[in-house]
Write a new protein. Sequence first.
Length: 282
Amino acid sequence: MKLNIANPATGAQKKIDIDDENRLQLFMDRRIAEELPGDSLGDEFKGYVFKITGGNDSDGFPMRQGVLVNRRVKLLLRRGMPCYKALRKGERRRKAVRGCIVGPDIASLSLTIVKRGEADLPGLTDVKVPRRLGPKRVGKICKMFNLSKDDDVRDYVVRRKVVTKNGNKITKKPKIQRLITPAVKHRRRQIKKKIERRKKASYLKRKEYFDRLNKRSKQVKASKKSASQAVNNKKGGRQQQQQQSQSSQQQGGKRGGGKGSGKQQQGGKQQGGNKGKGKRRR
């Protein structure tokens, strides 16, 4: 098994080949992110504490954190998941990954030094590898150099010398991210004013709309009121006409009632006379 040991303190990294199975029993059935002492690896690792950060099996399949098996399994992976790089948006694919538990099929194991031991490891602790690239973000630069608000971050950015293909020597530096410049302040002020103008215009439009709505509602109420008054006036006129017609009918009935009664009396006398005549003839 190959052990890739990294020292974050110095930035150095070293690969060690170990064929003795007895020395490798220390890593068997261990999970990713577990810390274990390195005393069983040899006397030179006495006092060191290592942390497992990953590994690959004999076929090159990487170990995946969270898969609690010591074999290879197939998982349906999507964008953002480890061990998979999506080519299209929304793409999913079933891929084979190795579990996070160390087994005999692991070909290479990645370790980091958590605690330094008594003796120095050649190529790991006695060598300091400078960082090729420095931090780009303003906050990280300030944290690295312990800067205050009065210090200019642009003076502390990490630069490196590069020789081009033509043999010219140039100095490269990264573009500082989240740097507050006068242009950024001006842009933010403009955006703020733009938002305020939009709010004001929206308020005026809303006010105009509700004013028109109130005016329209008042007009509708007035039209309804006038229509109801017209209907009531019309009903009142009809009632008056009906009352007048009823009163005229009543007056006409009284006048015609006396004549009708006299005629009825005369008709009754004639009928009585005829009856008497008929009895006499018999």
